[in-house]
Ligand binder design. Structure first.
Ligand code: KIV
Ligand code: ZN
Length: 435
């Protein structure tokens, strides 16, 4: 039996419950090269980080947390390489993470010297558990850490004269009393005094996911409602996925007033991962909302991701797993096949095909190899579809049932999936005498 680890806001907040879906893309920030990287068995090398960075730029991320430069030589060198080799496109801002400790903040400013633009992201943990067990500090003392960190950021940025934006995270926000988290964040905002031209970011991490998503969303709504200088503060979310509801946290959190999301591709990150930006973006796309990220070549993204991180994307990972558009079962195949014909005849611009939430071609998948797949569960419709789409053969209606059973039997006996060529071979053998 456990005590609950989260705290409810002192006022009831749920204006967002009537909204149906996220109707505009948030500001995306990829934290693949920091949170994702720090959770890998073997963190990426400098060259691997450069290749990953390039991929993030191609996908369309405008904000990329590139690392924690004070934490390791590779992280520091990576930051310097991006800056010194002019590898940061004009419309991309790099972000660097630092603890709210003076020597780490100073080293971070050395790392970003000369950057065309940079977000300096400072954090300290504010949760009850960390205050009591790790720091053994009072609320006031922990707030002072945030305040001193915020002041030093401002001072060093002014001294440097560079183009810096500031971000603050009350780390372990989900285990922090909302009133106290608000007090700390407002103290930071008061120091930074953001303006329309120089906003600041307050990032609210579900460092450990502790509650149902609607509870998290209530916490976000509370913070958004009572944040000082709200119009000049960008409220960012940083959900992790301990309860497997990081995506729901992000979606409800956006409905509750957040403006920005920090996450990773395919949900890599500490423990069960950070929120998966691909899932979030594709969920929007499915609702007809432009996610402002280019995910049209998902197989390429998956290949680069798996090679550089040495992680495996699950076959059922939403929107990008190998099997997520596959239909083996006869009734599904039949419905898809009919839906595809209906679409071509009636309205090619609309997507209403049963069992397929989007057109797989939109994410670089093909009908032939990814959708209609043949095994012992398959039916006549699927078999006819495979022959038509791979070889241009229209199987006569009267023949379909017989052929369907023949193909099913072969797959059953050999206990394996059949390729289109194997289906063709069965067809040719069976009807040879008629040809
Ligand atoms: O999960 C977390 O709280 C973090 C912070 C450093 C933002 O990664
Ligand atoms: Zn994190």
């Amino acid at each position: 039996q456990y005590e609950r680890g989260y705290f409810m806001p002192p006022v009831k907040c749920n204006d967002w419950v009537n909204k149906e879906y996220v109707d505009k893309a948030p500001i995306w920030c990829s934290v693949d090269l920091r949170d994702g990287n720090q959770a890998l068995v073997e963190p990426m090398s400098l060259d691997e980080k450069l290749e990953f960075f390039q991929m993030l730029v191609e996908v369309g991320f405008k904000e990329i947390e590139i690392g924690f430069p004070a934490a390791s030589e590779t992280e520091y060198e990576f930051c310097r390489t991006l800056i010194e080799k002019n590898m940061i496109p004009d419309d991309v801002t790099i972000q660097v993470l630092t603890q709210a400790r003076p020597h780490i903040i100073k080293k971070t400013f050395e790392a970003v010297k000369g950057a065309p633009r940079a977000i300096v992201h400072v954090y300290n943990s504010t949760s009850l558990a960390q205050r009591e067990q790790v720091f053994k500090k009072s609320k006031e003392e922990v707030k002072q850490i945030a305040i001193e960190g915020a002041k030093l950021l401002k001072e060093l940025a002014e001294a440097d004269g560079g183009n810096f934006l500031f971000e603050y995270s009350p780390e372990s926000f989900t285990g922090t009393e909302p009133e106290y988290a608000l007090e700390v964040c407002n103290a930071v905002v008061d120091i930074w005094q953001p303006t329309p031209d120089k906003k600041c970011i307050i990032n609210l991490p579900a460092t450990v996911e502790m509650s149902l998503p609607h509870v998290f969303a209530s916490q976000i709504e509370y913070m958004s409602k009572y944040m000082h200088n709200r119009e000049n503060v960008i409220i960012s979310l940083h959900p992790h996925n301990d309860r497997s509801t990081g995506v729901a946290d992000a979606e409800l959190g956006l409905l509750a007033g957040a403006d920005r999301i920090e996450g990773t591709l395919f949900g890599n990150g500490e423990r069960t991962g950070n929120v998966d930006i691909i899932t979030l973006a594709m969920n929007m796309y499915m609702q007809g909302v432009n996610p402002e990220l280019d995910l049209s070549d998902m197989p390429h993204l998956a290949e680069v991701f798996e090679r550089l991180t040495q992680m495996k994307i699950d076959d059922r990972h939403p929107w990008c797993g190998k099997l997520v558009f596959a239909a083996f079962s006869g009734s599904h195949q039949d419905a898809i096949s009919k839906g595809m014909h209906y679409r071509i005849e009636k309205d090619p611009n609309k997507w209403t095909v049963p069992y397929l939430p989007i057109n797989p071609e939109d994410v670089g998948r093909t009908y032939d190899s990814d959708v209609i797949r043949i095994n012992s569960q398959s039916g006549k419709g699927g078999v006819a579809y495979v022959l038509e789409h791979n070889y241009g053969m229209i199987v006569p209606k009267a023949m379909r049932e017989d052929l369907g059973y023949a193909v099913k039997d072969v797959s059953d006996v050999h206990h394996k999936e059949l390729s289109p060529d194997e289906v063709l071979e069965i067809f040719e053998k069976r009807y040879k005498k008629y040809t």
